[in-house]
Design a protein around this ligand. Structure first.
Ligand code: ADP
Ligand code: MG
Length: 710
């Protein structure tokens, strides 16, 4: 977040080109700009370290082991050797401190290092120990002449900065950035304009911006570091929330929503006469929240989160009935044709007997039928339209669209959401449903402009899916298990990964897999169906139908079946090469089973070779069924930028210091404060809040645009 430019008196200082800083110069400045996007003094100050190491601790060589993190030591060079040729050419030096000898190794910049490191010279050495040939060494350590040390701001904790290969090759190491910060702070310390209101700083007991910047780069103590981090994280998350919430406030003031006042016959009839089961209390609560929104006179913008199988579709149906009861049309948009068709089937079956007309519109709807649909919609004869992206086409016009429901949000971009608005003069109420549980902190940020409802309860009688991890060589056992399940009358999914970069190989794996399954489960006793993206639509549908109707015992598929498909009789999900799937995808796939009353199973097949992260993912899957717990684990493991679904829905900013997974408390607090302020001063006109407006204007312009379209 670019909250760092101060335009008051010292504008010239923070805005100054980094090349003018002593020791940087044009060449290094260009590299810093290219590699780290650092252009100005301000950019550099807001380039935060990723960790700090206790500088007061010096290691003796005799104490050093290969497991230690970054260490520092002091010693004298004994010997220097140049060895190897070509790519193996390397420079080694032996350093001694009286307690032992340690080898230092360089593979690049040999001439420069050779000039610097000479026998008899004393050095401060910084590096991460590693083990080679059973011996501890330091590869590419940083060397410093203890007598020529620059006077560093008094600090017991050494900051470490991320650099790139290119920067390191040009000797812009973490240490060098540290020295640059040292010089920079020497010039600007104490002169930086405050970036939060004074009153705020006092009330929330925050550190001033000058102390915070000094202490983040050169902490006087762990306590001071903690305070600096807190202040900077708070500020970053606060402005993020203030920005998102301000967009929402603005929208609520500008936009009027349709008012659904009536609880009409349709909803009453459905609830009392048609509903085949009791609503869960979570479903009831969410419906109440929706009724409150749609009756408020404001436009509803609500995100409905619920684990797979939690009964979101039912909530969607009842919300649509409320709209129709109040004289409006509703539409339900799904990400794939299969899903749209399935929704259409569910909705027409559930509403069978009620005076509601429902249509299905997808890319493969025939022109003739399409024309009829268009006419019915415009004449107001069609109450519910279900479909895919085809719904957003210009030619689709409603007579009185009052509600739009989007299923499985992560497949739709924010921009598509916005397009649904333009269909009517006044924007319809929006309900976005997602089965990809999003940690609260991420939801508050990515969907910060939406209200959030959660169905955190599964319909009664569901048994949690039992998840097991098998290695490839346990296939015999797997087949035996599959046979016994089919013997019990159950059906089985076998899913293969399909990833763009390895598509060819993946299809080969899928086809090989299909062949060997067909051999292990031969006709006529067994029917094996296959569905994947390269098949013709009609063949896809046939395969799917075979499985849905129960004719096929096994469905071999790619992830097309990932979302929404509902076959309650399927009780086993086999995921091939499970190590190649992300956590949320694995969870989605597992959600395809466990929908009926039978005990269900998810089998994760992997090879023996697993990365640490993959092992962690598999372990998470075998230990929990809770989608939110899994999403939190994913967020902690990888950070928001990598979360599945996040990129598609647009995570447009880079956080410089906060981590949505780890700083959730600060985020909640910052959001609370932002809400407080906007409640009292929605347009930030109060003189005391002028500084907020100024800082917001300086936010990444990308961020501004992004929130406008949502
Ligand atoms: P989601 O869309 O959240 O994945 P669905 O709406 O498809 O879940 O519901 C999954 C299954 O549970 C469906 O077969 C549905 O009929 C059933 N179901 C939904 N709500 C209830 C309930 N309150 N009690 C029993 N079964 C329910
Ligand atoms: Mg669903």
């Amino acid at each position: 977040m670019a909250t760092h430019h101060s335009f008051h008196m010292h504008k010239d200082i923070l805005e100054k080109d980094i090349k003018y800083l002593a020791g940087v110069g044009p060449k290094r400045a260009e590299l810093l700009n290219k590699e780290l996007n650092i252009k100005t003094f301000g950019d550099m100050l807001w380039y935060f370290p990723y960790k700090h190491v206790d500088r007061t601790r010096f290691y003796r060589i005799s104490q050093i082991t290969g497991e230690l993190p970054y260490i520092q030591l002091e010693g004298v060079i004994k010997r220097v050797d140049l060895a190897g040729a070509g790519r193996n050419r390397r420079l080694t030096a032996i350093i001694s401190d009286g307690t032992g000898n340690l080898e230092l190794v360089w593979f690049r910049g040999l001439r420069w290092i050779g000039d610097l490191v000479k026998p008899g010279k004393k050095f401060l050495v910084y590096g991460k120990p590693s083990i080679f040939n059973n011996k501890v060494n330091l590869v590419h350590p940083e060397m410093e002449d203890p007598d020529k040390q620059e006077k560093i701001i008094n600090s017991s904790l050494q900051a470490f900065y991320n650099t790139s290969e290119k920067l390191k090759n040009s000797f812009i190491t973490s240490r060098v950035i540290n020295k640059i910060q040292n010089r920079l702070l020497g010039i600007v310390a104490g002169k930086i304009d405050e970036t939060l209101p004074e009153e705020f700083i006092k009330k929330l007991n925050l550190e001033g911006i000058n102390e915070a910047l000094l202490n983040i780069h050169f902490p006087g103590s762990p306590e001071k570091l903690r305070k600096a981090e807190y202040r900077l994280k708070f500020e970053e998350l606060f402005y993020l929330q203030l920005n998102i919430l301000r967009q929402k406030t603005g929208r609520n003031q500008k936009v009027k929503g349709f008012v659904f006042t009536r609880v009409g016959d349709l909803l009453n009839n459905f609830y009392h006469k048609y509903l085949p089961f009791e609503l869960t209390s979570a479903q009831k609560r969410v419906l109440k929240e929706i009724r409150k929104d749609t009756g408020s006179g404001k436009q509803m913008n609500r995100l409905l989160q619920g684990d797979v199988g939690s009964g979101k579709t039912l909530v969607a149906i009842m919300t649509m009935l409320i709209a129709i009861d109040n004289g409006y049309q509703a539409c339900l948009m799904a990400p794939t044709e299969i899903l749209a068709a399935q929704h259409f089937k569910t909705v027409t079956e559930m509403l069978d007997g009620l005076p509601v007309t429902t249509g299905l519109l997808t890319g493969s709807t025939r022109k003739k039928d399409r024309d009829v649909l268009h006419r019915q919609l415009e004449a107001g004869e069609m109450n519910i339209l279900i479909g895919t992206h085809a719904l957003i086409e210009e030619s689709v016009q409603f007579s009185s669209l009052g509600l739009v429901i989007i299923d499985e949000q992560h497949r739709f971009g924010v921009a598509q959401r916005a397009r649904m608005w333009k269909k009517t003069m006044d924007p319809p109420h929006m309900l976005v449903m997602t089965a990809t549980p999003i940690p609260r902190t991420l939801a508050m940020t990515v969907y910060g402009d939406l209200e959030v409802s959660v169905i955190d309860e599964l319909p009664p009688g569901r048994k949690p899916v039992v998840t097991a991890h098998y290695y490839d060589n346990q296939r015999e056992r797997l087949c035996g298990f599959m046979r016994s399940q089919i013997g019990l009358g159950r059906q089985i999914y076998v899913v293969y990964p399909l990833i763009k970069d390895s598509e060819k190989m993946d299809y080969k794996d899928l086809e090989d897999g299909y062949e060997s399954i067909s051999r292990a489960f031969p006709p006529p006793a067994y029917v094996v169906a296959i569905v994947h993206g390269r098949m013709k639509q009609e063949n896809k549908e046939t395969g799917m139908q075979q499985f849905i109707t129960g004719r096929a015992h096994i469905l071999v598929a790619t992830t097309v079946i990932e979302v929404g498909v509902d076959v309650p009789n399927a009780s086993v999900m086999v995921i091939e090469s499970a190590e190649r799937f992300g956590l949320s995808q694995l969870h989605q796939l597992r959600g395809r089973v466990g929908r009926g009353a039978d005990q269900s199973y998810c089998i994760l097949m992997t090879s023996y070779k697993l990365s640490n992260e993959a092992r962690q993912r598999i372990k998470t899957m075998t230990t929990t069924n809770d989608g939110f717990e899994i999403a939190e684990a994913d967020l902690k493991l990888r950070g928001p930028g990598d979360m599945e679904g996040t990129m598609q829905s647009g995570f447009p900013f880079e956080l410089k210091i906060s981590h949505l997974g780890r700083d959730s408390q600060i985020l909640e607090y910052a959001r609370e404060k932002a809400i407080d302020i906007l409640e009292r001063d929605p347009l930030l006109e109060n003189p005391a809040n002028r500084i907020l407006n100024r800082q917001l204007r300086k936010l990444n312009p990308q961020l501004e645009n992004w929130s406008k379209i949502s």
